[in-house]
Design a protein around this ligand. Structure first.
Ligand code: SAH
Length: 383
């Protein structure tokens, strides 16, 4: 527990802003801005709505399929409004096709990943908000490589729209065809790319054709605990679910596991989370990776129970997915069960997260975008 890394924690960090952003896309803009742009391009404003209906309403992105637009117009408008942002490099499936991971190449060569998860009653996508991550949590694969850049609003939204199209094609066996949930639990710290992430949320919840029409309650933003940004999120007219990656109930250990804790301590981040819960009426998820002999002791369960008892919260224990070369392992099942028992005894609602996507390195914290690595895979879906 020595030499804690120093990390930039200001929202919209300047280093990330300098990196090359992708071309403008209709998902960067709200509907009035799309209409203004189309008019500027010398086309009738209603074309903006037509393009938006294809993209968000019908999940169609190929101009050749937009037959209600004259051919010349649609090619020109698609060139201006629907540039290719995500090029699929690899798509992997596991859990009998119920989990699919997509690896994308961005316009500047950066690689990011998203995961599509089908359940009997819902379909969830886990999306990335940054290429890499600057938060340096030592147990997280993404955190090891540092931050490359922020994703644009449209790069964030397009992951969900693209995979909504995959779900709509019936690719997720045993699940409804309609994407219903989005979690910002892929690569990156969403609240360090604040303005673009909030704009992306607005696109995801706006009714079609302006957006994807998801319910705010079905969107979860997961954060290491950037206190000013959580406060700002609470003041938006949004009531998305907040997930706080706590991982330790005491500052000594959390300073190491989640280095941003050196700046905003456990007590302060929890107070901010409770304010968020009060403002939005939404239960805050506490994320806690179970790491063998590191944070899984009975006394830490009791301390966590004391901090959370009586609050509008739910604990998600995540069995640690050991990253390559990691000195850490997942807690043994009996230890995990005892941890759950103690939290529940304290009156705290607690579940253990399923480990979807493990075989395809698509589980929590495994996203590392190692595009060139030669992976032996269960089912390679597309090239
Ligand atoms: N930056 C955001 C989103 C990260 S991923 C955040 O930290 O919340 C979502 C969750 O996966 C976080 O709770 C993160 O701490 C957790 N996670 C990261 N690496 C993990 C690993 N190797 N095993 C289990 N969970 C991990």
């Amino acid at each position: 527990m020595t030499s804690l890394p120093l990390i930039p924690v200001s929202p919209d960090a300047p280093a990330a802003r300098r990196a090359a952003m992708p071309p403008r896309h209709l998902a960067d803009l709200d509907l009035p801005a799309r209409q203004a742009l189309v008019a500027e391009l010398g086309e009738p404003a209603f074309r903006a709505k037509q393009m938006s209906t294809h993209y968000f309403g019908r999940l169609v992105r190929d101009p050749a399929s937009m037959t209600d637009l004259p051919a010349a117009t649609r090619d020109r408008l698609a060139g201006e409004l629907l540039p290719t942002l995500l090029t699929p490099v690899r798509e992997l499936a596991c859990d009998d096709g119920a989990t699919r991971k997509a690896l994308w190449r961005l316009h500047d060569g950066s690689l990011v990943e998203s995961v599509l998860m089908g359940y009997p009653d819902r379909v969830t996508v886990c999306i990335s908000s940054q290429a890499g991550c600057g938060m340096a949590c030592p147990f997280c694969a993404t955190g090891q490589a540092g931050l490359t850049r922020n994703l644009s609003t449209a790069e964030i939204v397009d992951q969900a729209v693209y995979l909504a199209g995959v779900a709509a094609s019936g690719a997720v066996a045993g699940s409804p065809p309609r994407l219903s949930h989005v979690v910002f639990m892929g690569m990156g710290e969403p609240l360090a790319n604040y303005s673009r992430v909030v704009a992306a949320i607005r696109r995801l919840v706006a009714p079609a054709p302006e957006g994807l029409g998801l319910s705010q309650r079905h969107i979860t933003v997961s954060t290491v605990g950037l206190v000013p940004a959580i406060r700002r999120l609470a003041s938006e007219d949004l009531s998305v679910t907040l997930a706080l990656s706590l991982h330790a109930p005491d500052d000594e250990l959390r300073d190491e596991l989640v280095p941003v804790n050196q700046r905003w301590k456990v007590a302060e981040v929890l107070d901010t989370a409770w304010d968020y819960a009060a403002r939005t009426g939404r239960r805050v998820s506490i994320e806690y990776a179970m790491i063998k002999n590191v944070n899984d002791q009975p006394w830490r369960a009791d301390l966590l129970g004391k901090l959370l008892a009586g609050r509008l919260t739910h604990v998600n224990l995540i069995p640690l997915n050991p990253t390559p070369g990691s000195r850490w392992d997942a807690s043994p099942k009996p230890v995990e069960r005892e941890f759950v028992r103690r939290l529940r005894a304290a009156g705290v609602s607690t579940t253990v997260r399923d480990t979807r996507g493990r075989e395809i390195d698509g589980a929590c914290g495994q996203l590392a975008a190692t595009g060139d690595r030669d992976t032996e895979t269960p089912q390679e879906a597309t090239a």
